[in-house]
Design a protein around this ligand. Structure first.
Ligand SMILES: Cc1ncc(C[n+]2csc(CCOP(=O)(O)OP(=O)(O)O)c2C)c(N)n1
Ligand SMILES: [Mg+2]
Length: 336
């Protein structure tokens, strides 16, 4: 008896370790990707501007680890983390940020038009927050086709005050669509505190108005996000309808890479949230629980460093599309 329960425990621990390391790898991939993108942006080589996801990695990593490749994700303007977590290749994403021909959208979209249908990534978005409606549509499509696919919409606290929030949640609830709505509440929409534009700042509590479950999760605790997202995704997959998950988190840097992010936030507030680093938390918790070792994490850090260097080299060495193709994909051509 004792021996079999020990064996069972052992396999559970092995499974837990596998999950911990997979989540860690994804979070570090997102963190390093963003830091490299920021560096290239500030060097002046990257066109446009980018919104950095550092500090919020646990949300994308925890949710997407529960999804299948053919499930859908509709994302935001702060979408690099969602893209990487859903399986967009880092080099394809970095190249897209650079606007070069090897990017996942052929370099024609950039940071806010990352797109890769092969892995169910339905796009980052310049508009706030159409991902809610795109995911509702993808969920309706899955339901009509009779598949067990699930769609996830990511959006911010600011996005939750846009009309699309009501339309998307109401429709998904009315038709029991397989959609999970994930609000990344980082307390600010650009420089505007959520509390100054919103009477009820508990986004999860709004689910009640739509007759669906709503839960609030510590968005810097990747294991908690993973667990709660897993329950909601399974429910959606089994025909139980949508869920609203509010992940409370924080962006470390400004709204976009050119915003120092200090005029509307105190240094103390930023420092306090940096202390609650989602990557550090997983690392410390797992070591304390003897689920993984410092060496396990160091190995991943090294591995990701190489992946990111390679992605940046690839993106920086890739050419722009030829001028003569500027009108390609713009007008419908029956010959295509
Ligand atoms: C419909 C629309 N309104 C306004 C904007 C300008 N805008 C871009 S990002 C943003 C703030 C979004 O805040 P939030 O949804 O909380 O996401 P976060 O940036 O905090 O991740 C705004 C107002 C926009 N892109 N689209
Ligand atoms: Mg916000």
């Amino acid at each position: 008896m004792k021996r079999s329960s020990t064996a069972k425990n052992g396999s559970k621990l092995k499974q837990d370790k596998k999950i911990v390391l997979a989540l860690y790898r994804k979070m570090v991939l997102i963190r390093e990707f963003e830091m490299k993108a920021k560096e290239i942006f500030h060097s002046g080589k990257m066109p446009g501007f980018i919104h950095i996801y550092v500090g919020e990695e646990a949300v994308a990593a925890g949710v997407c680890a529960q999804l299948h490749q053919d499930d859908y994700v509709a994302s935001t303007h702060r979408g690099h983390g969602h893209a990487l977590a859903k399986g967009v290749a880092p080099r394809d994403a970095m190249a897209e940020l650079m606007g070069v021909v090897t990017g996942c959208s052929g370099g024609r979209g950039g940071t806010m038009h990352l797109y890769d249908p092969e892995v169910g990534f339905l796009g980052s978005n310049g508009v706030v927050p159409p991902g809610i409606l795109i995911a509702a549509g993808a969920g309706l499509s899955a339901q009509l086709r009779g598949t067990s696919q699930v769609a996830v919409a990511f959006f911010g606290d600011g996005g939750s005050n846009n009309g699309a929030f009501h339309e998307g949640l109401n429709l998904a609830a009315a038709w029991d669509l397989p959609v999970v709505f994930v609000c990344e509440n980082n307390f600010y929409a650009t420089e505007m505190p959520f509390s100054e534009t919103t009477k009820n700042t508990n986004v999860a509590s709004r689910a009640k108005a739509y007759g669906i479950p709503g839960i609030q999760v510590d968005g810097n605790d990747v294991m908690a996000v993973y667990e709660k997202a897993g329950e909601a995704i399974q429910r959606a997959r089994e025909g139980g309808g949508p869920t609203l998950i509010e992940c409370v988190t924080y962006r470390w840097f400004g709204h976009h890479a050119g915003d120092p992010g200090v005029s509307y936030r105190t240094k103390e507030e930023v420092a306090e949230w940096k202390e609650r680093d989602p990557i550090g938390k997983l690392r410390n918790d797992s070591i304390a629980a003897r689920l993984a070792t410092e060496t396990d994490f160091q190995r991943i850090d090294e591995e990701i460093k190489d992946v990111i260097e390679e992605s940046a080299d690839f993106a920086l060495a890739s050419p722009l599309e030829a001028d003569s193709t500027a009108l390609d994909h713009v007008f419908y051509s029956p010959a295509e």
